[in-house]
Design a protein around this ligand. Structure first.
Ligand code: SF4
Ligand code: SF4
Ligand code: FES
Length: 249
């Protein structure tokens, strides 16, 4: 039986200041092949389609099952996870590019630490003193668990930020993922203690009012987080907090 070939065109850049070049690779199509496994094959034999030896392509990956959020890149122009992008479902040649809104490290690897800085700004954690046994935590109703569970599925992949027209240097907008985590931690009976601080962190420049509610983020999220309701609920809560702060001044 004739073997089928799959062709990749990959945008390469040795460092942030180096010129970008495209390299083409032909691989033998394998059942269940995904973009990450193809990149592994290229790393094992880094030779371009025209026979020129090159360097292995740099990219991030870890879990290989859409859980760690590290392998986001643009695949045929769309921000998505490389490990869950099945080659048989993609148009050829398959174009791979790094995310465009984050500082480039090399090839397909970018620095996504802005999301982690934003999560720190809104204190996206439950503040407990873990140095001694605190006993059982507060009870959470099943209805609340059902509401919170989808928000806890965020894998910090930043696809929602890559596709967001408002996430750019001029707005400094935090993006949908951070807002969703504010909702998650504000909903928690212990996390609630920082609710006002989190909401205040989302007011002002780069805060929730930068959102244009075009919902590109909802479409792009690989874990189907309810980003639309998170943005509207937190927008309302931030407004209420603002009024309270004015009245209590
Ligand atoms: S709704 Fe639009 S502007 Fe708001 S976070 Fe999502 S993509 Fe960005
Ligand atoms: S909200 Fe969705 S798209 Fe955004 S970082 Fe989390 S998992 Fe990724
Ligand atoms: S390697 Fe972890 S999400 Fe793709």
């Amino acid at each position: 039986m004739a073997t089928k070939t799959v062709t990749f065109e990959i945008r390469r850049q040795a460092n942030p200041d180096a010129p970008a070049v495209w390299e083409r690779f032909d691989l033998e199509m394998r059942p269940g092949m995904n973009v990450t496994s193809a990149l592994m094959e290229i790393a094992a034999n880094p030779v371009t389609a025209d026979g020129k030896p090159t360097t292995p392509v740099t990219y991030d990956s870890n879990c290989l099952e859409e859980i760690c959020g590290s392998c986001s890149m643009r695949i045929n122009g769309k921000a998505r996870m490389a490990c869950s992008a099945l080659v048989e479902h993609l148009d050829q040649p398959i174009k791979l590019e790094p995310l465009s809104k984050f500082p480039l490290v090399r090839d397909l690897q970018v620095d996504r630490s802005v999301l982690f800085e934003n999560l720190k700004k809104v204190k996206a954690w439950i503040p407990i003193d873990g140095t001694y046994d605190l006993g059982a935590g507060p009870r959470i109703l099943p209805q609340e668990q059902e509401m919170n569970y989808p928000l806890s599925n965020c894998i910090s992949c930043t696809c929602c930020m890559e596709v967001c027209p408002q996430f750019n240097e001029s707005t400094g907008y935090v993006g949908a993922a951070t807002i969703a985590q504010v909702k998650l931690f504000n909903n928690h009976p212990t996390g609630k203690v920082l609710k006002a601080e989190r909401l205040r962190a989302l007011m002002g420049d780069g805060g929730i009012q930068e959102c244009g509610y075009a919902l590109n983020c909802v479409e792009a999220c690989p874990k189907n987080l309810p980003l639309d309701t998170a943005i509207s609920d937190i927008g309302r809560d931030a407004m209420v907090q603002k009024v309270k702060d004015v009245l209590l001044r």
